[in-house]
Design a protein around this ligand. Structure first.
Ligand SMILES: Cc1cc2nc3c(=O)[nH]c(=O)nc-3n(C[C@H](O)[C@H](O)[C@H](O)COP(=O)(O)OP(=O)(O)OC[C@H]3O[C@@H](n4cnc5c(N)ncnc54)[C@H](O)[C@@H]3O)c2cc1C
Ligand code: SF4
Ligand code: SF4
Length: 941
């Protein structure tokens, strides 16, 4: 039950917004109560806004009912600034528009665009946005600007504060200010003369206080995100310039950012890096000012403990294990537009530190293996602590900055503090040029004594940073609730007073993200701590960072991987504590659809998770636990009678195909949808792209006389499904097409004995029926081993997902070589064929398994051999996911919502390597997608 004023707000909101975008159910509220910080506040209402008028509508109602609102982008914040127990306004989907102008020197971005995506858009112009947080592939522009996030290379000169060109904001009362529009600015001055006047007064007050003026200037010489960007009041005269810059780093506490225009920066093409090792931290830090005056792009400091945490990596040099305890590393990066320039820069860097001896000789490298290892070592520090930590504990990152001249002293003081308080797993690293240090360590919040240990750490950390070094308590990650109690301590009374006035100017009724940056509660940093209870070891190490969300097909439709884990943890907690059986029932019931049924189990989440967590694998495990004995028995029966099942499928598809020809697509669709409804959605959804049945494989060997042999394993799907309606040009099913193609390339084809009964097992294991899945996989492995004469001949799979499943499962015979369709065509077939009539334009779609085995580039190359122009479909997973597309067609529709926009109207051919995905692609585009084997066959005939 909502409190009365929230209920009124809800009622009014739903008069204009679709009810599904005004969320009040327990499951989704809980998932939105999570960001990457170690705090949790569960909102009462979540509003998914799609436009400026909707934001204005929500804000005006929030004012009317006196209800606070917090803005949310990707929710990767670490300091507790993107959560609320009131109304959460999420501006992500539908906030992805952009404009590139002035020869890509400027880019205007809406807040829902992921930072990495902005850089992809700018890449063709060799430009990028300035801010470069390590979270750039998940964090969105709204959050990057509002947190003034920064990273390894951007320093203070290329952060949002220094690269902002213009901004469009919405104030608490719905007023829009667009700093790029003079008319709008004029209107704003008329409507809010008080704001302009007070900004001018603030500026005047600071100017009149010499000490404060100097303090502000000095403190921003190093990175600082504690409190507001009050340097705006020192750096600019024009009130609109001041407002624009105050918004940066304001953590959504002053206004909603509707769009921001950045001045872009050069993205140099050539890069090299080196690991410089110094005998002591002092020597490494002594080198930093010299490096700062040389042409470096980044200097990352890594302490000895950091190196220890990556010394077992297979790519790590052996000396990592034997270097003395006292050493300290600097990872130094150079970037340039030409190789000559890069080499000249490297030489300059080397010369700049000749006076400081290194423990070991160092060389710059651009070799991908070494270069990538160096950065992997640096970027792997968070996962290495996160992955080693005890289940139930949290992985914390402190983010402080010191004057560069005192960096060595500061490092030693911090390490001593962590030793004293027994944080034994802490590693220290950071952006040395900016004096910015991060400490990553695990923290238990489950007992009072542990919370008190953390409280002591915070107090002593603040003492060191503020009293000893006059540094920044938050350099990059924002103040949030975590540092709110210490803002005044860091800045002093006069500066804090200025910050209070800023908050009151823009948010007089304290309704915009209250409690963040400014918070009178001295222990707010110790409240609302988030529990991370054990739920399943596949996901127990999850840090709730949110990096996986952009890769997930169901994010925004139902849940993201992070949100699935949040729910799993809460369900486990409720089960263990018996706290609220009612809530447990509600969550469990809704989780069935939200968490389980709409997970494609494609595992793309694992590709971007710092800890490689595959939430799809966890969902399969859940399905296994929930599978009944009778499900398992049926699976075993199906598995043993695959031949009959594929025959029945062929018969069924052919019969449906007959009806389709007689009734036509739309009548057939109407009847099928009706039947599905009556069945309570248990009968799969028919669609017009359902294929006809295939013909049975009857001959075990084709073109026997050829010396060049291949074992061909047609998947059970392709053995059942023949050509689809709409495949006007092809007169044969895929199995037959493959035979023809292989024969033309001079191959003799061997089918494994018992082919009609074989299957990779994926159809079973993806439903949690892993025992039968494993049995089918082993049966296939044995059959292929025999057919390939103990691994003598290569084995071709005609569907990437089946190849991937077998590639993961096959363990018995080391000598056997199995091939994905793309690899086999590229390496074995194309060398024996000539492309005679390339297509003008085709679209290709790399399915999830292709992405997981890193075969995208090869698919692109292969397609480019066959077509003058290739359009690479960018969707993550199509959401068809084996049978999900039949059972939950909304997932497929959602996954492919952008498909049609990506393919030009003139392009009517699409190719891929998975039959079921192709059915979904056909359903949601004007293109007929089919196996790439058809393309290869046609252009080489
Ligand atoms: C593993 C990890 C590594 C990280 N590394 C870095 C790093 O190297 N450097 C760094 O600076 N940060 C880092 N972060 C922190 C975080 O990713 C960044 O601060 C990021 O910019 C936050 O963006 P977001 O889209 O997730 O924003 P959110 O977390 O959703 O929101 C951030 C803030 O912006 C506000 N906000 C969101 N949208 C709007 C809007 N439209 N208008 C106004 N206010 C809005 C929110 O209210 C909130 O206060 C890291 C986080 C993680 C988990
Ligand atoms: S699954 Fe991985 S990427 Fe996703 S929130 Fe957890 S730790 Fe982060
Ligand atoms: S397996 Fe796919 S659908 Fe499931 S959580 Fe991971 S990315 Fe999302």
């Amino acid at each position: 039950m909502l409190p009365a004023n929230y209920q009124k707000l809800y009622n009014e909101l739903t008069t204009k917004l679709e009810p599904k975008r005004v969320i009040t159910n327990e499951l989704e509220l809980l998932t939105y109560g999570t960001d990457a910080s170690f705090y949790r506040l569960v909102p009462k209402i979540v509003v998914l806004v799609h436009s400026e008028p909707e934001v204005v509508f929500v804000l005006q109602l929030s004012e009317k009912y006196d209800i606070p609102v917090t803005y949310r982008a990707a929710g990767t914040s670490l300091s507790g600034q993107a959560i609320t127990d009131s109304v959460l306004l999420v501006a992500t989907h539908n906030w992805k528009k952009y404009t590139i102008s002035d020869n890509a020197k400027k880019i205007k971005l809406q807040p829902g665009i992921i930072g990495g995506r902005a850089n992809i858009l700018l890449a063709p112009y060799s430009r990028k946005i300035g801010p470069d947080p390590a979270s750039i592939n998940a964090a969105m522009i709204g959050g990057i600007a509002a947190n003034n996030a920064s990273g390894m290379c951007c320093g203070t000169s290329q952060n949002s504060y220094n690269t902002i060109d213009d901004i469009r904001i919405i104030l608490y009362d719905g007023t829009i200010l667009d700093t790029s529009d003079n008319d709008n600015k004029h209107e704003f001055s008329q409507k809010h003369p008080g704001i302009i006047k007070e900004i001018e007064q603030l500026k005047y007050d600071i100017k009149s206080n010499r000490t404060l003026h100097e303090r502000i200037k000095n403190k921003f010489k190093i990175k600082n995100t504690t409190g507001y960007s009050i340097n705006a009041l020192v750096d600019f005269e024009d009130p609109f310039e001041i407002i624009k810059h105050l918004m940066i780093g304001s953590e959504g506490t002053l206004a909603f950012i509707s769009d921001i225009t950045y001045n872009t920066v050069i993205d140099e093409k050539f890069k090299s890096c080196t690991m410089m090792i110094f005998e002591t931290i002092e020597m490494a830090c002594e080198a930093v000012p010299f490096l700062k005056n040389s042409p470096v792009a980044a200097v990352e400091l890594l302490d000895r403990d950091s190196i220890r945490s990556v010394e077992n990596d297979p790519d790590a040099p052996s000396y990592f294990k034997t270097i003395p305890e006292s050493v300290c590393f600097l990872l130094v990066e150079c970037r340039a537009d030409t190789i000559d320039e890069l080499e000249a820069k490297q030489a300059q860097v080397r010369n700049s530190i000749v006076s400081i001896p290194t423990y070991k000789e160092f060389e710059f490298t651009s070799d991908p293996k070494q270069y990538n290892f160096n950065w992997k070592a640096r970027k792997g520090l968070l996962p290495s602590v996160g992955g080693m930590r005890r289940t139930g504990t949290t992985c914390l990152i402190e983010d402080v900055a010191f004057p560069v001249s005192r960096l060595a002293e500061a490092c030693i003081a911090l390490k001593e503090l962590f030793r004293k308080l027994d944080y034994t797993d802490a590693v220290l690293f950071g952006h040395a040029l900016e004096g910015n240090l991060h400490l990553v360590f695990s923290q238990d919040f489950s007992s009072d004594s542990e919370v008190q240990r953390y409280a002591r750490l915070m107090d002593e950390l603040c003492d060191i940073v503020v009293n000893k070094f006059d540094g920044s308590l938050k350099a990059e990650h924002g103040t949030g609730r975590n540092m709110a109690p210490f803002v005044e301590k860091e800045w002093g009374e006069a500066a804090y007073e200025i910050m209070l006035r800023i908050k009151n100017i823009f948010d007089p009724r304290q309704l915009v993200n209250p409690g963040v940056i400014i918070n009178p509660n001295p222990t707010i940093h110790l409240e609302n701590l988030k529990a991370l209870p054990a739920t399943n070891e596949i996901v127990d190490k999850c840090m709730e960072c949110g990096f996986c969300e952009p890769n997930c097909v169901s994010e925004g439709l139902t849940l993201s991987p992070r949100q699935r884990i949040v729910i799993a943890r809460e369900i486990s907690r409720l089960k263990a504590t018996g706290e609220s059986p009612e809530l447990l029932t509600k969550l469990s019931k809704r989780a069935q659809y939200y968490s389980d049924e709409t997970c494609a189990t494609d595992g793309l989440c694992a590709l971007v998770c710092p800890l490689n967590i595959d939430t799809g694998k966890y969902i399969k495990e859940l399905r296994y636990q929930n599978a009944s004995e009778s499900d398992k028995k049926i699976a075993a029966r199906i598995g043993r009678n695959m031949s009959m099942v594929t025959s029945a499928a062929r018969f069924g598809l052919n019969s449906v195909g007959v009806f389709q020809s007689i009734l036509g697509d739309s009548l057939m669709n109407g009847i099928a949808t009706g039947v599905r409804k009556i069945s309570g959605d248990t009968i799969p959804q028919w669609n017009k792209n359902m294929p006809r049945g295939a013909s049975k494989i009857t001959q075990l060997s084709v073109n026997e006389i050829s010396e060049r042999k291949v074992v061909y394993f047609p998947s059970c799907i392709n053995r059942s499904m023949g050509k689809a309606k709409g495949y006007e040009k092809e007169d044969v099913a895929l199995t037959q097409k493959t035979e023809e193609l292989l024969k033309r390339a001079g191959f003799g084809i061997i089918y494994p004995t018992g082919i009609n009964n074989l299957c990779c097992g994926m159809a079973f294991s993806s439903k949690g029926l892993k025992d039968e899945g494993a049995r089918k996989s082993e049966e296939l492995e044995d059959a292929l081993y025999k057919a390939s004469e103990q691994g003598k001949f290569p084995i071709l799979f005609d569907m990437s997902p089946c190849f991937y499943t077998s590639h993961e499962n096959f363990k018995k015979y080391g000598s056997m070589k199995i091939y994905d369709p793309i690899e086999f065509m590229s390496d074995f077939v194309m060398p024996h064929l000539t492309v005679k009539s390339p297509r003008k334009q085709v679209s290709i779609f790399p399915v999830c398994s292709v992405k997981k085995i890193g075969m995208e580039e090869k698919l692109l190359k292969l397609s480019k051999m066959c077509s003058d122009e290739v359009i690479l479909v960018q969707s993550n997973c199509c959401g068809f996911a084996g049978d999900r597309g039949f059972l939950f067609p909304e997932l497929n529709k959602y996954g492919l919502q952008d498909l049609e926009n990506q393919i030009p109207a003139a392009c009517n051919e699409g190719y891929s390597t998975s039959r079921t995905c192709e059915i979904g692609m056909n359903e949601h585009s004007h293109v007929t997608f089919k196996s790439i084997f058809y393309l290869i066959d046609e252009v080489t005939k």
